[in-house]
Design a protein around this ligand. Structure first.
Ligand code: ADP
Length: 303
């Protein structure tokens, strides 16, 4: 396991910003940390990089505690903070050489490699202050991968980019993800499906969902329905569009539909036709956008 976060908690004054956050990241995985503003993404990332101490719990990279801030930890992590501080008076290569000085044993030729990898070649002779926001972000990425970290932590890497720059940076991040593990934060759902293998939804400091993207895109819909009475499984054969059903408790069923269409209305119609009452309906699993809304609002999908 590349990263292990165990029961991380952090408070600012009375506000609990992170609450019992645990997850793992495998090598070569791109994990999208998704959540509305204020949900604790930056705080979590700063703890993972060792810039900030957790009040509770611990995090490890390759088994080394990040709180120790040892050489082993620093060499393994590349960090692109949200407001990437770049020296605007420096030339691109000059800046990368300056960053190179923070580490031991990185050959000068590595600068050419990262310039190439991040698509900076056409702009590499300019001063950072002369670059567009998209290219500045590439410089930030180039600096973050200079020491060949095994984990890249990118805090809102696409914020403030125009649509073309967005596409380019997303593509670049996806390509970088083939070489290293990545944790990236965003409040935009589509970004996660485009770049990540896995999504972790953080809301009010707690993990609300941790799941591979492929499981979210099946178009399958899972609905838990509570009835006022016990019924035979045979009844469900008459429900159109239903692909599987399972009895979880005497009056509680889990139903699977192979469709993105919201099946709750049809379920109500079916209940009326067959003469039983629905006490509650809970959509367990739909596509990411819906799911995100459900997970990041207080109201539950209960009728
Ligand atoms: P996100 O990155 O998801 O937008 P943050 O981790 O930046 O969320 O912030 C989570 C919460 O912690 C917010 O309510 C924010 O106001 C609060 N917070 C963050 N940093 C501090 C700080 N240094 N002092 C007090 N509150 C903070």
């Amino acid at each position: 396991m590349l990263v292990r976060a165990e029961h991380i908690g952090k408070s600012y004054g009375r506000q609990k910003v992170l609450d019992d956050v645990s997850f793992g990241v495998e090598r070569g995985q791109v994990v999208g940390l998704l959540g509305p503003n204020g949900s604790g993404k930056t705080t979590l990332m700063r703890i993972l990089t060792g810039y900030l101490r957790a009040d509770e719990g611990s995090a490890y990279i390759d088994g080394f505690s990040v709180a120790e801030q040892t050489l082993q930890v620093r060499r393994r992590i590349g960090y692109l903070p949200e407001h990437n501080p770049l020296y605007t008076d420096m030339y691109v290569r000059e800046y990368l050489d300056f960053v190179r000085g923070f580490y031991d044993g990185i050959p000068r030729t590595r600068i050419d490699e990262v310039v190439e990898m991040t698509g900076l070649t056409p702009e590499a002779r300019k001063k950072i202050g002369q670059l567009s926001k998209g290219y500045r972000q590439r410089v930030g990425l180039a600096a973050a991968i200079l020491h060949k970290p095994s984990l890249l932590i990118l805090d809102e890497p696409t914020t403030g980019l125009d649509p073309n720059q967005l596409v380019d940076i997303r593509r670049l991040i996806k390509a970088l993800g083939k070489e290293t593990g990545i944790i990236l934060s965003t409040h935009i759902m589509q970004e996660v499906t485009q770049m990540a293998d896995r999504v972790i939804v953080l809301y009010k400091g707690r993990i609300r969902l941790d799941r591979p993207i492929k499981d979210l895109e099946t178009g399958e819909q899972i609905i838990r329905v509570e009835l006022d009475t016990e019924i035979e499984a045979e009844w469900w054969k008459r429900m159109p569009g239903l692909s599987a059903w399972e009895n979880l408790a005497p009056q509680l069923w889990e139903l699977r539909f192979d469709t993105r269409e919201d099946m709750r209305g049809r379920l109500f119609d079916f209940a009326v036709q067959t003469g039983f009452k629905i006490l509650s309906i809970e959509v367990q699993h739909t596509d990411l956008e819906k799911l995100f809304r459900q997970l990041t609002t207080e109201a539950r999908e209960t009728v």
